[in-house]
Design a protein around this ligand. Structure first.
Ligand code: E4P
Length: 215
């Protein structure tokens, strides 16, 4: 399973990259807005820290506008993936960008049919938002199961990028289903590593060692 950080914060990306386990970054307009920086400059900075796929979202909602923005974003760095909303115009734009060799991440996916259409349009990644489904009393993880089955049935190469992850168990469940990528906030990345028994165990080992060998 590949891990992406769902953030536009360069310092968070740097810290996660230092672990050597970061495969990519996903951003969205809300995350970028928090950073209060020029979008293209920020993207270039992110792409310098992370050489894996970096998703950058278009904000136009017409096919022509999304294609124009997508072409422009793709020029920022080789590893840019153009993020497109799952609407009719987005599906059209996805096909066009794909025919030009530009990678796409089709976002705001909330149903198996939407995921099927995105795969048929040649999306490189599909982003199902599981946390936001959980928020409205719908099991987000069921969507991941459904998409996995559908994509496997027809050998679609589109990668399932599980988005809107809220806690470490989301990652465990998505990995058990065989999702290709998990994108998560920095906090969840940290939580995946932490275990109180590891800390207690290490303290005991080091105390025992110091009590004898350390003398
Ligand atoms: C996906 O690419 C989105 O940026 C993100 O995962 C949305 O997460 P949220 O529902 O926590 O805002």
């Amino acid at each position: 399973m590949k891990f992406c950080l769902d953030t536009a914060s360069v310092s968070e990306i740097r810290e996660a990259a230092a672990l050597g386990l970061l495969d990519g970054v996903t951003t969205n307009p809300s995350l970028v807005a928090k950073e209060k920086k020029d979008f293209r400059k920020l993207l270039a900075e992110i792409c310098e820290v992370c050489d894996g796929p970096v998703s950058a979202e278009v904000v136009d909602t017409t096919c022509d506008g999304m294609v124009k923005e997508g072409r422009d974003l793709a020029k920022v760095a080789e590893n840019i993936v153009v993020k497109i909303p799952l609407i009719k115009e987005g599906i059209k734009a996805c096909k066009i960008l794909r025919s030009e060799g530009i990678k796409t991440n089709v976002t705001l996916c909330f149903s198996p049919n939407q995921a099927l259409l995105a795969a048929k349009a040649g999306a490189s990644y599909i982003s199902p938002f599981i946390g936001r489904l959980d928020d409205v009393s719908t099991e987000g993880m069921q969507l991941i199961r459904d998409i996995r089955t559908i994509y496997d049935n027809y050998s679609f190469p589109t990668e399932i990028l599980v988005a809107s992850i809220r806690h470490p168990m989301h990652v465990v469940e998505a990995a058990k289903i065989g999702a290709d990528v998990a994108t998560m906030p920095f906090k969840v990345f940290d939580q995946m590593l932490a275990h109180p028994l590891t800390d207690i165990g290490l303290k005991k080992f080091l105390d025992d060692w110091k009590a004898t060998q350390g003398k």
